[in-house]
Design a protein around this ligand. Structure first.
Ligand SMILES: Nc1ncnc2c1ncn2[C@@H]1O[C@H](COP(=O)(O)OP(=O)(O)OP(=O)(O)O)[C@@H](O)[C@H]1O
Ligand SMILES: [Mg+2]
Length: 466
């Protein structure tokens, strides 16, 4: 008669998908309480039992978190005949030679512990809490001349230091050079997918429901386009479900009616509408050029854009001013929505008129037949104008839309966060080139806030009285 030494748990459906995933990078979760840490422990145990001698690493931001979420639970789940914990080495050693080591990373010098180390499988629990550079340095330890699987598992909640990195990889699935889309799988697991927790602690979901709206949407519903500190809280890439429900329409109907959303399908621009452009110069940083159609009511439609996505001076697209303006002139001759159209207005960052080092950027543009006037750079007033444009009126119509082809604006607007030092401004260390150029556009035709919202609540994140 055989005796069960180690009973593995019963994974939920989403956890099963996680356990079965075979790509090199596997993302899991995206909300609170979905059973992420449990899934990591379960997968780690299965790998250790199956591949004798395999080397695993589980990382969290701090050692106390490792203790609470992994080491203590594993100590009670793993009989000592199967595996023993060595406190000095921070490692479980299995009877078949497999090991699970625990690593943390809360500052740069914590990276020393990963120098020269080799692991077959790495688990980054709450990976969005770790900086992107740290993640890359830790995952560089994934190597070994053996036949064991080589994989990295990430669990994450929206928000945190590398929110944008994981949103790009797992939600937007936008890949850069050297990243193969087939290497990435993401399995979303919400608290409602974790039946064990729902049964054991039905109150937990109510705790999540009671969170402030932004955090609640992120942690309960796993929404990645909002997070604490988000500057354009009102921006909606898809129709706002709560507002649709209130208005008694489906999100499909809202999308067709262009209500409760800012992103819409492109359409032919009527001949009578004006077209304008806005520009933020960049060379060692991204440049951003937006084209706008303006309807008879003054509503703005971002219909096309060119975005030079240079992340650092050493990589990516890096166009000189000449290259940029030559291309813009070409775009205006060729683009189906722009060709044959007169551009009636054109605004840019006032800094491009600086001629102290020879020909100014504005003068270079003129050589290609592109003429700008200086944008109004009053930042706070400008952001208020962007907010007013994004507000939905009582029927759910905003006064600024984005064609769904304008990927850079749609991607970067939700990434903006509040400045730590100047609460009503945005944090300029982020990728704010589209927002800046959108601000110049809005400032070129200022509007009043919509009546429906004027009394509703302050538009900035701080309360000057409180
Ligand atoms: N398949 C399962 N069987 C039994 N219990 C489970 C299972 N999955 C998760 N749990 C339990 O549900 C609770 C929440 O799970 P877990 O801590 O893994 O969630 P999480 O997504 O990591 O949460 P957080 O976002 O708070 O880190 C824990 O008590 C865990 O032990
Ligand atoms: Mg967890």
């Amino acid at each position: 008669m055989s005796r069960t030494v180690l009973a593995l748990g019963r994974p939920s459906e989403k956890q099963q998908l996680f356990l079965k995933a075979r790509t090199k990078h596997v993302g899991f979760g995206g909300a609170r309480g979905g059973g992420k840490s449990w899934a990591i422990r379960d997968k780690a145990k299965r790998l250790c039992l199956r591949y004798g001698g395999i080397k695993l690493l589980i990382v969290r931001r701090t050692y106390p978190e490792l203790m609470n979420n992994h080491i203590m639970p594993l100590q009670s789940e793993l009989p000592t005949v199967v595996a023993q914990f060595n406190k000095t080495e921070k490692l479980f050693r299995f009877c078949n030679g497999s090991t699970i080591r625990f690593g943390y990373c809360n500052r740069d010098r914590d990276l020393d512990q990963y120098q020269g180390a080799e692991y077959d499988v790495i688990f980054l629990d709450e990976a969005t809490q770790l900086g992107e550079t740290w993640i890359k340095k830790i995952t560089a330890c994934l190597r070994g001349a053996n036949g064991f699987p080589k994989r990295i598992y990430y669990t994450c909640n929206p928000g945190g230091a590398s929110h944008a990195y994981f949103k790009r990889l797992f939600i937007d699935r936008r890949y850069e050079a050297g990243e193969n889309p087939d290497d990435y799988t993401f399995i979303q697991s919400l608290v409602t997918d974790n039946k064990a927790l729902m049964e054991a602690q039905p109150d937990y979901i109510r705790q999540l429901e009671a969170l402030p709206p932004k955090l609640r949407d992120a942690w309960l519903y796993g929404r990645w386009d909002i997070f604490d500190g988000q500057f354009f809280e009102e921006f909606r890439e898809t129709p706002d479900l709560a507002l649709c429900e209130k208005a008694g329409i489906t999100s499909e109907q809202a999308f067709e009616q262009r209500r409760f959303t800012h992103v819409i399908r492109p359409f032919e621009i009527p001949r009578g509408w004006n077209i304008m452009r806005s520009y933020d110069f960049g060379y060692n940083k991204p440049f951003s050029l937006g084209y706008w159609a303006i309807d008879y009511d003054g509503i703005l439609y971002r219909i096309a854009e060119v975005y030079g996505c240079t992340q650092t001076p050493d990589e990516g697209l890096k166009w000189t001013p000449d290259e940029q303006f030559r291309y813009f002139a070409e775009i205006e001759r060729q683009h189906p929505l722009l060709k044959g159209r007169k551009i009636t207005d054109s605004v840019a960052d006032p800094a491009i008129w600086d001629g102290s080092r020879g020909e100014s950027i504005a003068e270079t543009a003129n050589r290609y037949g592109i003429y700008f006037s200086p944008g109004d750079n009053e930042r706070l007033a400008g952001w208020m104008q962007v907010h007013y444009r994004l507000q939905f009126d009582e029927n759910g119509y905003p006064r600024m839309y984005f064609f769904d082809t304008c990927k850079a604006a749609i991607r970067t607007l939700p990434l903006m966060t509040y400045s730590q030092t100047k609460p009503e401004d945005l944090d300029t260390s982020r990728e704010d080139h589209c927002p800046d150029e959108i601000r110049y556009t809005c400032m070129s035709r200022p509007i009043k806030p919509s009546a429906a919202k004027r009394e509703a609540r302050p538009l900035v994140s701080f309360d000057p009285l409180g």
